[in-house]
Design a protein around this ligand. Structure first.
Ligand SMILES: Nc1ncnc2c1ncn2[C@@H]1O[C@H](COP(=O)(O)OP(=O)(O)O)[C@@H](O)[C@H]1O
Ligand SMILES: [Mg+2]
Length: 349
């Protein structure tokens, strides 16, 4: 078993923390190999079983099923290890977005979590929202801007109201996101978001409670109890997510009436299916205070996995302790791999 962590993304450090918890919990039942992807994109196989931010030997994995997913030394292609399954504990770009999943598919190695198309579509908020809309799920009103149509921004406050949320389309952990309360600040927020991506999304800001549901499974996914995030500031920004001084509170289970909890769980499974997800995902909702409506905000195909992260905590509260959760994810990876291996890849009429 190889735990892949780090990555070429703004969420590199978050991944380090998730991977530390994952590796530790897998140790009793697996030979754990730790492979760190640097911020420069290079892969390093570490000595020992602790995901560390330093050291390691540069390695690669060949995109060919003949090689069976061996980890080979970059310098001379010597075989160093051969993981039977890979757990990409990677968040954000070049990790959660289908790129690493594509390599693992080519290599023919089983891996935990969503496949290529689902990872890519879930990371791209424009595609994700289109798939949710197609499945009939309620969401906030929004507009997507590309650099060229940045001039179209002038009418957004009139169309979507204020405040607005401006986000890069392909990022996570609230990186690049700004809340805009005055129309005159919109241009700067859009420019800021364009630093991180070629597409920017502008959304109607809702006054809402933030509820999250964990989903686990392949073709027959199950939903956890809902949990609530109570940010300690105006919105759930990067610091409120990860700063040790953050007073952001997790309420598990979320204090909501049972019918609403059922609706949230059903909708979470519908969102998981809408993007054709596999393995795990955390589905995040807005519960609009004025209307009481449930709006889907987003799906995360590789949610935070530290022992204090929402995803594992929701499962623990739903009767699936952390080690069992990881064991199930590994089983689901093998199950999905076996299913794909059974499919015919050639066709002769
Ligand atoms: N349309 C919105 N209305 C109100 N708050 C929002 C809206 N969009 C984002 N937020 C706030 O910003 C946070 C991060 O936004 P989100 O879309 O979840 O980005 P990320 O993918 O980076 O987590 C949310 O958890 C919420 O607190
Ligand atoms: Mg979010």
């Amino acid at each position: 078993m190889a735990v892949l962590f780090g990555g070429r993304s703004g969420e590199h450090e978050v991944s380090l923390r998730s991977a530390a918890s994952v590796a530790e919990a897998l140790l009793p039942n697996h030979d754990v190999l730790c492979v760190r992807i640097g911020k420069d994109g290079g892969w390093r196989l570490l000595e020992g079983t602790r995901p560390s931010p330093h050291g390691g030997v540069p390695v690669f994995l060949a995109p060919s099923p003949d090689d069976g997913g061996r980890l080979r030394r970059l310098a001379d292609a010597a075989e160093l290890a051969r993981p039977d399954v890979v757990f990409p504990v990677l968040h954000g770009t070049y990790g959660e977005d289908g790129t690493v999943q594509g390599l693992l598919e080519l290599a023919g190695v089983p891996y935990v979590g969503a496949g290529v198309a689902s990872s890519a579509a879930s990371m791209d908020k424009e595609m994700m929202k289109a798939l949710f809309a197609r499945a009939g799920l309620a969401q906030v009103e929004y507009a997507v801007l590309r650099r060229r149509d940045a001039t179209a921004e002038a009418d957004l406050p009139a169309r979507l109201g204020l405040p607005l949320f401006v986000k890069p389309v392909n990022l996570g952990s609230s990186v690049g996101i700004r809340k805009v309360k005055r129309a005159e600040d919109l241009g700067a927020a859009i420019e800021f978001a364009f630093r991180f991506d070629r597409k920017v999304i502008v959304e109607r800001g809702v006054e809402a409670r933030e509820i999250e549901v964990a989903v686990l499974g392949n073709d027959d996914p199950e939903a956890s109890v809902p949990g609530e995030i109570v940010p300690d500031r105006e919105f759930y920004d990067y610091d409120s997510k990860y700063d040790a001084a953050s007073r952001t509170e997790l309420r598990i289970p979320a204090p909501v009436p049972p019918e609403l909890a059922d609706e949230l769980r059903r909708t979470a499974v519908a969102a998981f299916r809408a993007v054709d997800c596999a393995g795990c995902a955390r589905v995040d909702f807005f519960l609009e205070r004025t209307s009481g409506r449930v709006l889907v905000n987003e799906i995360n195909t590789m949610p935070g996995f530290t022992s204090i992260s929402m995803y594992p905590k929701l499962w623990a509260a739903s009767g699936v302790p952390y080690p069992e959760l990881l064991a199930r994810l590994v089983d689901l990876a093998f199950e999905r791999h076996a299913e794909r291996a059974r499919l015919q890849t050639d066709y002769r009429p």
